[in-house]
Design a protein around this ligand. Structure first.
Ligand SMILES: Nc1ncnc2c1ncn2[C@@H]1O[C@H](COP(=O)(O)OP(=O)(O)OP(=O)(O)O)[C@@H](O)[C@H]1O
Ligand SMILES: [Mg+2]
Length: 369
C-alpha cells in the first residue's frame, strides 16, 4: 500500500479533523497528515520539501493561499499543491491555476474518492514535470559542451596560424637585435607569452575533442589536470588564491578526457566563487584551493578542497539537483554539479561533499581505474 505524506496549511482546526476523516476512509493508500495553521509556518514547512503533496486553504489570517502560492513560485520551488476553498469561484480557480496550483477543490463538496484522485494526479503531474525539467537541463548542458567544442576548434584554427607567424618573427627579430639587450629581452617576452596563449588554446582543444568520445578510455589524470590548470592558473592568480596540488604521477583512470576536464572546471570554478563569497563575508585573507590525488587498487580519489564560504546542511542535500543554485540570476545556472555527477556516474564513479560553513568545502571524486 502506498503511503503519502500530506501537509495541510489551513487556519481552521475543524478542517484538519474533516480531512483526516476523509483520508482515513481511503483504502488504497495511507496518509500521514501534518498540519500548519499559519502562512509563515506553512511556507517554512513547504520549503523543507519533505511532503508528497500540500493541501492549501484559501483563508490564512491576514494573507491568503494565493499569496502563499505566489511566494512559493517566486522562490522557484515546484511542489504539488491542491487549493482548497469554501466557495466554488471560477475566477479564484483560474488564479490558483495560474499561480501553479495542481488542482482546485471546494471544501464542502469534498469526498474521499475525490480527494484520493486529486492527490494521486497531482503527485504524478509534479513527478512528470520534474523529469521534464531534468531532461531539459541535460539537453542544455549537452548544447553547452557542443558549442564549447565548436568554439575551441575554430578558435584554435583561426589563432594558430597568426600565432605561429608572430612567434617566428619575434624570434627572428630577437636574433637580429644583437647588441641591443633591451630589444632582445622584449622579444623573449613576446615569445614566452605567445607560447602561453598556444598552450591555453591547445588545452581548450584537448578538452573539447575528448568530449566527443562515447566510450571510456584509459586517461592520464595528470595530463587532464595539467590542461585544466593551464586554463585556470591565471584565474587563481588574478583572484589571489593559492593553488596547491599533490598528484600521483602516471595515474590512469577509465574515463573520457573531455568530460573529465569539464568536471574539474566545474568544481574549481565553484571553489573560486565560494572563496569570493567568503571574502565578501569578511574572511579576506589566506585563501587556497588544494587538489589531492590518492591512488587505490581499483580506483583513484581526487579531493578538491577550498577555504570558501562553505555549504549549509540543508543545501548540501540539494547541491546535485539540476537548477539548484544560490548564485544571483545570470551568475549560475545550477547545472555544474548535476552534470558533473551524471558524467562521473556514467563511468561508475561518484562525487561526495563535506563542508563547514565559514571554513570551506571538500568535493571528493572516486574514479574507477
Ligand atoms: N565549493 C563550493 N563551496 C560552496 N558552495 C558551493 C560549492 N560548490 C557548489 N556550491 C553550491 O552549490 C550550488 C550549485 O553548484 P553548481 O555548480 O551545480 O551550480 P552553479 O555554480 O550555481 O551554476 P553553474 O551551472 O554555472 O555551475 C552553487 O550555487 C553553490 O551554492
Ligand atoms: Mg558551478
Amino acid at each position: 500500500m502506498s503511503k503519502f505524506r500530506v501537509l495541510l496549511i489551513d487556519d481552521d482546526e475543524d478542517d484538519l479533523v474533516h480531512i483526516r476523516d476523509l483520508l482515513g476512509d481511503i483504502r488504497s493508500s495511507s496518509y500521514e497528515v501534518s498540519w500548519e495553521p499559519t502562512y509563515e509556518a506553512g511556507l517554512t514547512a513547504l520549503q523543507e520539501m519533505s511532503f508528497d503533496v500540500c493541501l492549501l486553504d484559501y483563508q490564512l489570517g491576514e494573507k491568503t493561499g494565493l499569496d502563499l502560492l505566489s511566494e512559493a513560485k517566486n522562490r522557484a520551488f515546484y511542489f504539488p499543491i491542491i487549493f482548497l476553498t469554501g466557495l466554488g469561484d471560477f475566477e479564484l480557480d483560474l488564479k490558483a491555476m495560474q499561480k501553479g496550483a495542481s488542482d482546485y477543490l471546494v471544501k464542502d463538496q469534498l469526498t474521499s474518492p475525490l480527494l484520493e484522485r486529486s492527490i494521486r494526479y497531482s503527485i504524478k503531474q509534479a513527478h512528470d514535470f520534474e523529469e521534464l525539467k531534468q531532461t531539459k537541463a541535460q539537453m542544455l548542458q549537452k548544447d553547452r559542451l557542443a558549442s564549447l567544442g565548436l568554439l575551441a576548434s575554430s578558435l584554435a584554427h583561426e589563432i594558430g596560424t597568426p600565432m605561429g607567424i608572430i612567434r617566428s618573427r619575434a624570434e627572428r627579430a630577437g636574433k637580429k637585435a644583437i647588441g641591443n639587450e633591451d630589444l632582445q629581452k622584449d622579444m623573449e617576452v613576446v615569445v614566452t607569452q605567445i607560447d602561453r596563449i598556444t598552450k591555453l588554446v591547445n588545452s581548450l582543444l584537448h578538452l573539447a575533442r575528448g568530449g566527443k568520445s562515447d566510450f571510456t578510455t584509459s586517461v592520464s589524470l595528470d595530463q587532464v589536470i595539467q590542461d585544466i590548470l593551464n586554463l585556470l592558473e591565471h584565474e587563481f592568480g588574478r583572484k589571489d588564491i593559492e593553488f596547491k596540488k599533490e598528484i600521483a604521477p602516471e595515474c590512469k583512470i577509465k574515463a573520457e578526457p573531455g568530460p573529465l576536464g569539464q568536471v574539474f572546471i566545474n568544481l574549481l570554478i565553484n571553489a573560486v566563487h565560494a572563496i569570493e563569497e567568503a571574502r565578501s563575508n569578511g574572511r579576506t585573507r589566506n585563501h587556497q584551493v588544494t587538489l589531492k590525488v590518492i591512488e587505490f587498487e581499483d580506483h583513484v580519489q581526487v579531493a578538491i578542497a577550498d577555504t570558501g564560504a562553505g555549504i549549509s546542511e540543508e543545501n548540501q542535500r540539494q547541491l546535485f539537483k539540476p537548477f539548484f543554485t544560490t548564485k544571483e540570476f545570470g551568475q549560475g545556472s545550477g547545472l555544474g554539479l548535476a552534470t558533473s555527477l551524471k558524467i562521473v556516474n556514467s563511468w561508475g564513479g561518484n562525487i561526495s561533499v563535506t563542508s563547514q560553513l565559514g571554513i570551506g568545502s571538500t568535493f571528493t571524486l572516486n574514479l574507477p581505474k
